[in-house]
Design a protein around this ligand. Structure first.
Ligand code: NAD
Length: 479
């Protein structure tokens, strides 16, 4: 059984803590690997290595740094099936989706390598003659990336590609729930002759390793993807040294279906957005608002669709739609939230409990709930499971108000064939992303950023790359 080590300063080293965390296959509950619990001294050693490597790294040309990102993309493609299998086994992502995550991650490294010749400053007219004001973009220094378990490989690329292309060095702390694929990647990085210390991987608990990385004066930026609670802890730790934070946190995405929508398209988009990776996606449609004149018809369509969802082992060759939840904790959380919704008056139209056909694993049935009120926990809090609560609305402005009545602001969607309506909704929805007549899923050239409690800053595209830069103004007076 594989036992992972820390990857610090270009070498695999034992953690100074001998305690190990067991990693399970969620479908079978079998132990598949061990990773270190990690220690404060592991974190500090990695930060020292990153700091020592940074000057030489930023002194390379951006096109030279891009060469390493292209090599990362190449080693991912050469090992694409192995990496997808590793991902599927540690977090029960169905193989089809696991393969998409691996392949998109390779594309992400190549896409960010393409920024090498597009890291741009500005020249501003001065009030003085014979003077130029240069806005110069500089790396921040050492970037820390703290990962969630749900898209660990892709989110890792968001932190690594953005920080390295801009001349920062980087320390990654993978989630202790699903660290295997990320740590296998560290083994591939060892083979591409990246200068030692430029990229470091420290396994271990967020409360120990993540906290130490966030508190250190060496850290220039902490980019965390995770829950609001972890974001708050990171902000607290970052306040010690006024360290920049970039936080991508939870969501409670509303989907609004108007009477004039293409209902076939809407039902496919909403249900696929709800059940993809068993509902454990930050931008998944978490609640559905349907215009009253089509409510019953649309609910029948959603019911039929939810009942047709194939739930199987992540490796099943039947092309399943979804598999187990990632952990017992996640199963318990989803179960508790649905039970509480039932107590609050929700009626179960589909599912509503653990999947009865599995003896092992953390499988939960696709679940559709009706008789829902806006003040219920199931409408206000993130479920992160295959559970869809549905409510009616009578006017579009009422639907928008219900959608905005939430502390999160990550993604939202609207389904209507009326251009004026969709543009009005897109303008009024208080969300970092609004999808019109399509499923919730972002593009690497966009900008994935939550409003309200869903985060600060964002990832992807040019604006995601700029998170890792700071601006210096140079007043150049000449004679
Ligand atoms: P989590 O908050 O439990 O953990 C996220 C990471 O934070 C882990 O690596 C964890 O070890 C670390 N962490 C925990 N406490 C910490 C501390 N005190 N200091 C530093 N690091 C700490 O989240 P999760 O369960 O892994 O992921 C699910 C959550 O992530 C959901 O809320 C989901 O919506 C969110 N998410 C958001 C996005 C996005 O782009 N906005 C993407 C994926 C997941």
């Amino acid at each position: 059984m594989k036992e992972f080590k820390q990857f610090i300063n270009g070498k695999f080293v034992k953690s100074t803590s001998s305690e190990m965390i067991k990693i399970l296959n969620p479908c079978t509950e079998e132990v598949i690997s061990h990773v270190p619990t990690g220690s404060v001294s592991d974190a500090n050693e990695a930060l020292d290595a990153a700091k020592n490597a940074q000057h030489a790294w930023k002194s390379l040309t951006a096109i030279e740094r891009a060469g390493y990102l292209n090599k990362m993309a190449d080693v991912i493609r050469e090992n694409r099936v192995f990496l997808a299998e590793t991902l599927a086994s540690e977090q029960a992502k169905v193989m089809g989706l696991a393969q998409v995550e691996i392949d998109v991650t390779a594309d992400y490294f190549d896409y960010y390598a393409g920024f090498a010749r597009r890291i741009e400053g500005e020249i501003i007219q001065s009030d003085r003659s014979k003077e130029h004001i240069f806005l110069h973009k500089a790396p921040i220094g050492v970037a820390v990336g703290i990962l969630p378990w749900n898209f660990p490989f892709f989110v890792m690329a968001r932190k690594v590609a953005g920080s390295l292309i801009t001349g920062n060095t980087c320390v990654i702390n993978p989630s202790s729930v699903a660290p295997n694929t990320v740590m296998e990647f560290a083994e591939l990085v060892e083979k591409i002759n990246l200068p030692a210390g430029v990229l470091n991987y420290v396994c271990g608990k967020g409360s120990i390793v993540g906290n130490a990385l966030s508190k250190s004066p060496i850290t220039g930026i902490i980019s965390l993807t995770g829950s609001v609670g972890a974001g708050q802890k990171v902000m607290e730790a970052a306040s010690e040294n006024i360290t920049k934070v970039s936080l991508e946190l939870g969501g409670k995405a509303p989907a609004i279906v108007c009477a004039d929508a293409n209902l076939e398209l809407a039902v496919n988009a909403v249900v696929s957005s709800r059940i993809i990776f068993s509902g454990q996606v930050c931008n998944c449609a978490e609640r559905l608002y349907v215009e009253e004149s089509i409510h019953d018809q649309f609910l029948d369509m959603v019911t039929k669709k939810m009942k047709s969802i194939k739930v199987e082992d992540a490796f099943s060759e039947n092309n399943p739609d979804m598999s187990s939840l990632v952990s017992k904790d996640q199963l318990d959380k989803v179960t508790e939230m649905v039970e509480y919704a039932k107590k609050e008056g929700a009626e179960v139209l589909v599912g509503g409990s653990r999947s009865p056909q599995f003896d092992k694993g953390y499988f939960y049935q696709p679940t559709l709930l009706t008789n829902i009120r806006q003040d219920m926990q199931i409408i206000q809090e993130e479920v992160f499971g295959p559970v869809l609560p549905v409510m009616k609305f009578s006017t579009l402005d009422e639907a928008i108000a219900l959608a905005n009545d939430c502390e999160f602001g990550l993604t939202s969607s609207i389904f209507s064939e009326n251009f004026n309506k969709v543009m009005h909704a897109a303008e009024e929805l208080e969300y970092g992303e609004t999808y019109i007549n399509r499923e919730h899923f972002e593009a690497i050239q966009g900008f994935h950023a939550g409003w309200k409690k869903s985060g600060i800053g964002g990832a992807d595209g040019k604006h995601g790359m700029e998170e890792y830069l700071q601006t210096k103004v140079i007043y150049a007076q000449y004679r």
